[in-house]
Design a binder for this molecule. Structure first.
Ligand code: SAM
Ligand code: SF4
Length: 459
C-alpha cells in the first residue's frame, strides 16, 4: 500500500502524524509524498479555527472525485474527526477510516477492516506508546500529556482531545533516550498546558514530577536543547521560570499565550488569570531568564471586545515587548460556549484590529531582532535554505536564521553564528570558527561547491 498523511494544525498534530506514519510503515506501507501517488490518503485535521476545517472540506471534495476514478482509501484523523461536524463531512465525502485523537493506534485494525471503520474512543494505551525516533532529523517533538482540563470559552480542544492525561515520566524519559540515540539535538515538549503536567483533573498524580522538576530531569538527559509548548499562564509557577534559568539545555524562547490584555475579555474567555497576574509571570521570567525571548498568542475581535479592550491588548504588547506573536482573528467554533452564547463581531472590525496588531508586532520584532545584530547566537542549522548557497536554521530564541554555506561546517548541527543583519522575521549571519572568526564561505556555482554542499542537502 502507498500511503500519505496530510497534516493541518499544531505541533501536536505533527507529532501524531509521525506516530501514525510509523505505524503505517510497520504495517508494510510505503510512505509517498503526494496524494496522486497514494492509495491511502489520511488527513490529520485541525478544528481550532474555521479555516483549517474549510481546507479539509475542500480536499475531501477533491478526493471523492478521485475515488470515483480509481481505488482509493480516504481517512480522517485529528480534532475534526472527533466532532459531529467532522463526522457529517466524513459521511458526505465517503471517508472510509475515521480516527479520533485518542484512537490513533487503531490504524492497523482500521486498514484490516473491510468496512468503514470509525474509532472515537480515548484509549489509555496511547499514553504509554513510544513511536520510533525520526531518522536523520535534529529536531523532534515529545508529547508529555494529552487533552486539556481548561474550558476557555472560545476553544474546541477540550471537546476534541478530552480531559488532560499526563504521560508517565518513565515513558517520557525512555522516548527522550531513543531520540538522543537517533541523533536528535533539540526536543520540544508538547502539551496543551504543560505547566499543569502531573495534575490531571485537579489531582496530583503520585510518582509524577511537577513540570519544573520534569524540566530539570530532561535537562540532565544530555539533550542539547529543549523547548516547550504550550504554557498556560494560569498554571505557571515561579519554579518553572527558575528551572528554565538553571537548566543550560533550556532554550531562552518562552511562549506564554496571553490571548488578550483586557481583564474584561480575559474573564469572558474564562482564562482564569488577570493582566496583572500575567505581568507578574513575565517579571519572574525576566528575573530568572535574563535573555528570555518572549512569544505569545493573541485572539483579536473576541465577542464583545470594545476598542478600549483592544487598546488594552496593544498596551500590554508594549509593556511586555514581545519578540513575536501568533495572532488570530476570533473564529466562532460550533460546540464552544462563546459560539453558543456570544454574538460575533463584524468581520471588518476584526480584520482592522488584526492589521493594527500586526503593525505593532512588526515594530517590536524589528526592534528586538535589530538588538541581536553583532551578537553571537547558537544556531541549529537544519539544511539548505531556499537559495542552496545558504543554510537555514533557528537560534535558541527561535529566530529563523540564514547563513552562507561555509568551509568546515559540513554537517547539520548547532553552530555559533555572528548576526550581521536582521529584519522583523529573519536574521542573517556568518558561521564562526573555533577562533571566533567567520569561516570562509564556500565558493558558489562551481561543481566543487555543489559536491561540498551535498551532506547538508541530505538533512
Ligand atoms: N492550550 C494553549 C493555551 O491555552 O495557550 C493553546 C492551544 S490552541 C490549540 C492554540 C491557539 O489557538 C490559542 O492559544 C488561541 O490563541 C488560538 N485559538 C483557539 N481557539 C480559537 C478560536 N476559536 N478563534 C481564534 N483563535 C483560537
Ligand atoms: Fe483551549 Fe484553553 Fe485548553 Fe488551551 S487551555 S487548549 S486555549 S481550552
Amino acid at each position: 500500500m502507498k500511503a500519505t498523511v496530510v497534516t493541518y494544525g499544531c505541533q501536536m498534530n505533527e507529532y501524531d502524524t509521525h506516530l501514525v506514519e510509523s505505524q503505517l510503515v510497520s504495517l508494510g506501507a510505503d510512505l509517498v509524498s503526494s496524494v496522486d501517488e497514494a492509495d491511502f490518503v489520511l488527513l490529520n485535521t485541525c478544528a481550532v479555527r474555521g479555516k483549517p476545517v474549510e481546507k479539509v472540506r475542500s480536499l475531501l471534495g477533491d478526493l471523492r472525485k478521485v475515488k470515483a476514478q480509481r481505488p482509493l482509501v480516504v481517512g480522517m484523523m485529528g480534532c475534526l474527526a472527533q466532532l459531529e461536524e467532522g463526522q457529517q463531512m466524513a459521511r458526505k465525502f465517503q471517508v472510509d477510516v475515521l480516527l479520533g485523537p485518542g484512537s490513533l493506534l487503531d490504524i492497523g485494525a482500521a486498514l484490516e477492516s473491510n468496512e468503514r471503520f470509525w474509532g472515537l474512543q480515548f484509549k489509555d494505551e496511547l499514553h504509554a506508546h513510544i513511536p520510533p525516533a525520526p531518522t536523520g532529523k535534529l529536531q523532534a517533538h515529545l508529547t508529555i500529556m494529552r487533552g486539556c482540563d481548561h474550558h476557555c470559552t472560545y476553544c474546541i480542544v477540550p471537546t476534541t482531545r478530552g480531559p488532560q492525561v499526563s504521560r508517565h515520566p518513565d515513558d517520557i524519559l525512555r522516548e527522550l533516550d531513543s531520540l538522543l540515540t537517533a541523533g536528535v539535538q533539540e526536543v520540544t515538549l508538547l502539551g496543551q498546558n504543560v505547566n499543569a503536567y502531573g495534575v490531571d483533573q485537579g489531582a496530583r498524580l503520585a510518582g509524577y514530577p511537577t513540570f519544573a522538576e520534569l524540566i530539570r530531569m530532561v535537562g540532565r538527559s544530555g539533550v542539547q536543547r529543549v523547548k516547550f509548548t504550550t504554557s498556560h499562564p494560569m498554571n505557571f509557577t515561579e519554579d518553572v521560570a527558575a528551572a528554565i534559568g538553571e537548566t543550560p539545555a533550556m532554550c531562552e524562547y518562552i511562549h506564554l499565550p496571553v490571548q488578550s490584555g483586557s481583564n474584561r475579555v480575559l474573564r469572558r474567555m474564562a482564562r482564569e488569570y488577570t493582566r496583572e497576574k500575567y505581568l507578574t509571570h513575565i517579571e519572574q521570567i525576566r528575573r530568572h531568564v535574563p535573555h528570555a525571548v518572549l512569544a505569545t498568542d493573541i485572539i483579536v475581535g473576541f465577542p464583545g471586545e470594545t476598542e478600549e479592550d483592544f487598546q488594552d491588548t496593544l498596551s500590554l504588547y508594549d509593556e511586555v515587548g514581545y519578540d513575536s506573536a501568533y495572532m488570530f482573528i476570533y473564529s466562532p467554533r460550533p460546540g464552544t460556549p462563546s459560539y453558543t452564547h456570544f454574538q460575533d463581531l463584524p468581520r471588518e472590525v476584526k480584520t482592522e484590529r488584526l492589521q493594527r496588531l500586526i503593525v505593532k508586532q512588526k515594530e517590536w520584532s524589528a526592534r528586538k531582532n535589530a538588538a541581536k545584530v553583532g551578537t553571537v547566537q547558537q544556531v541549529l542549522l537544519r539544511g539548505d535554505a531556499h537559495d542552496p548557497a545558504f543554510l537555514e536554521g533557528h537560534t535558541s530564541g527561535n529566530h529563523p536564521t540564514v547563513v552562507p554555506k561555509a568551509l568546515g561546517a559540513d554537517r547539520p548541527g548547532i553552530y555559533p553564528v555572528r548576526i550581521g543583519h536582521a529584519t522583523p522575521h529573519m536574521m542573517y549571519g556568518q558561521i564562526l570558527g573555533p577562533d571566533g572568526q567567520p569561516l570562509p564561505e564556500r565558493p558558489r556555482h562551481t561543481p566543487e561547491a555543489a559536491a561540498l554542499s551535498s551532506p547538508l542537502q541530505m538533512a
